[in-house]
Each structure stands twice: as C-alpha cells, then as structure tokens.
Design a binder for this molecule. Structure first.
Ligand code: SER
Length: 319
C-alpha cells in the first residue's frame, strides 16, 4: 500500500472492529480513523483519529492530503430502520459521502476504495431463497434504494474511469464491541444483552422471519480479503453477495436456550417486520467464493457462544 488508510465512520458497529483489525495488520499509524463523534477507548487510543463529517468533501480531502491517504473505507451510513424515519437525510448522507470518495478516486487522489452495500438492495419481488448475485432488485426502503444506487455508481466509476472500488452486500452483522444504530437485523444483537440481563427478550420481528446473518469476525475477514485480492480477481464491481448463516428469531432463541435453559422469547413485530419481509432469507454467494476464495468460519452455535461470552464480559466490567 502506497499511503495510509482512512476509515470514515470508524466509530460505528463495523468501523470500530475494522479499524482495530487494520491497525493490527498494517500498523497503528498507518490507519487513520474518522467519525462525526468520538468512539471507544480502544479505538481512540490505538492510533490517529479525526473528527469528520462524511458529507464534507473539503474536510475529507484535507484529511487525505494531511495523512497521505491512498485507501478509503467508507463505512458511514444511515441504516434501514433509522433511514425510514429521515428519508432525505439518509439519502444525502449515504449518497453524498460516496460521490465524494468516488470522485477523489477518479481524480487519482486515492487509489482504492471499500464501500459496503447490503442485503437491503433486494426487495419484495426478489427471489427469497438462495438469492442469486444477479436478480430482480426493487428495494422498498430508502436505505436499500441508496445502496442499490451506490452499487450502480461504483460499477460506473470502475468501468468508465478505472476506479478500483470494491464492495460487499453485508447481511445482518452480529457483534458486541459496538452496538449497531437503527438496523432491522439489530434484534439478533439485543437478544444477547437481554438474555444475560433478564433471561427473556421480546423480538420486534416475528418468530419465522429468516434473514441472512454473519458474525463480525467473518465480516471483517471478508472485507480484508476482498481488499487484499489482486484486482483481476475482483470481477464484480457493483457489490458481491456475501453469506454465512441464515436464521429466524426462533432458531436464535433455541440456540440461546442451549446455553441458558431458562431463556424465554416473546414476539411483538413492529414497523421493522415489513422491512425484514422485503429482504431475502438466504443468499447465494458462490461468486465471492469462486472469485476470491471467500469462506466463513462461524456457524450459529459458535456465534451464540462468542456473543454470550463477549456480552457477559462487558456486563461485568460495566458494573
Ligand atoms: N443490518 C442492516 C440493517 O438492518 C442491513 O444492512 O439495516
């Protein structure tokens, strides 16, 4: 890598763990974290940090110049449930931030870009099971529309201007270090906190709502792998389908019950049910597996064990 890495949105759920991993791999000083707010102690203390609004092109450009940045990971976005409550704000954040970075890459100010897409690019008319890489995409949420549009622009900037942009359609990502903000898949994280604190949880999704999910370590591994892959192996320049697991709230509750036998779950679906119903239940990610040898490590029970251990450690130190 010629210069440093800049992570925009470094204090979010994925940004936090991605920053720590990249600092581990490439050296603390090589990875500049930035966000609109400060993050965890570990993130703030392990390397350079800048306060930055992802939509402020001048500021982002000044950070690229100041630190000699050659790669940007643009992790800032408003997620599905929050975006439904502030559609225009979500659209502006999700799109403006991407355009700035794609244009910096087009103008050769940076060499490589990572930008996450999501299962939210799919919609109610998409085949629900083993959703293929190329299929009907009529997203019905603002978040999904912004991600689908972003994918089209990534491919356009790659084909037209040779921009080296790489992207993954993340499923719901399960982790404990930093909480997600306003996603439809967040129930699968809240459930662990409540299981440990109260031995019960009321899910905002119905018991049989199957969604594609993944443990954070696998999501980070996929991100590092696609960024490290030789350019010619990255054949899809919109965004790759990416998959590990698929489970329903009921499946997850049963897996938790194996570790905490008293655990009880109830179901009170809210507006997020409709969002979840519009998304696939499972994803065919064979192109990622074939093109750059993607493989996941965590199955449902190993994810449950990691989450219960991680969250209970956190609860202990919070006391
Ligand atoms: N986890 C995300 C959400 O629920 C999906 O990309 O919005």
């Amino acid at each position: 890598m010629a210069g440093k890495i800049l992570i925009i949105g470094a204090c979010g759920q994925i940004g936090t763990e991605l920053t720590l991993k990249l600092r581990d791999l490439y050296g603390n000083d090589k990875v500049v974290a930035s966000d609109i707010r400060e993050g965890s102690e570990e993130l703030m203390e392990s390397g350079p940090f800048e306060i930055a609004d992802a939509t402020d092109a001048d500021l982002i450009e000044s950070l690229i110049n100041k630190h000699g940045v050659s790669e940007v990971y643009l992790m800032a976005a408003m997620l599905s449930a929050t975006a439904e409550k502030a559609p225009m704000k979500a659209w502006n954040l999700n799109m403006d931030s991407l355009f700035h970075i794609l244009n910096f890459a087009k103008d050769k100010k940076i060499e490589k870009v990572f930008w996450p897409s999501s299962i939210a690019v799919f919609g109610p008319t998409t085949p629900k099971n083993d959703t293929p890489q190329t299929t009907i995409m009529e997203p019905s949420t603002v978040y999904g529309i912004s991600k689908q549009t972003g994918e089209r622009w990534c491919e356009y900037f790659h084909d037209k201007y040779g921009v080296d942009v790489r992207s993954l359609r993340y499923p719901g990502i399960i982790s404990y270090k930093t909480l997600p903000g306003g996603g439809t898949t967040d129930y699968a994280i809240e459930i662990f906190h409540e299981a440990l604190k109260k031995k019960s949880y009321t899910s905002f999704l119905d018991e049989n709502t199957g969604l594609p999910m993944m443990y954070m370590d696998d999501a980070i591994k996929a991100t590092v792998d696609i960024m490290e892959a030789p350019s010619e192996k990255v054949k899809v320049r919109s965004s790759y389908n990416l998959s590990a697991l698929s489970f329903t709230p009921k499946d997850l509750a049963e897996a938790i019950e194996k570790e905490i036998p008293e655990f009880k779950i109830a179901y009170e679906p809210d507006f997020r049910q409709k969002i979840a119903d519009s998304w696939p239940s499972s994803i065919d990610d064979s192109e990622a597996r074939k093109d750059w040898q993607w493989e996941h490590d965590f199955d449902l029970q190993s994810l449950v064990k990691e989450m219960l251990n991680g969250v209970s450690e956190q609860l202990k130190t919070a006391k």
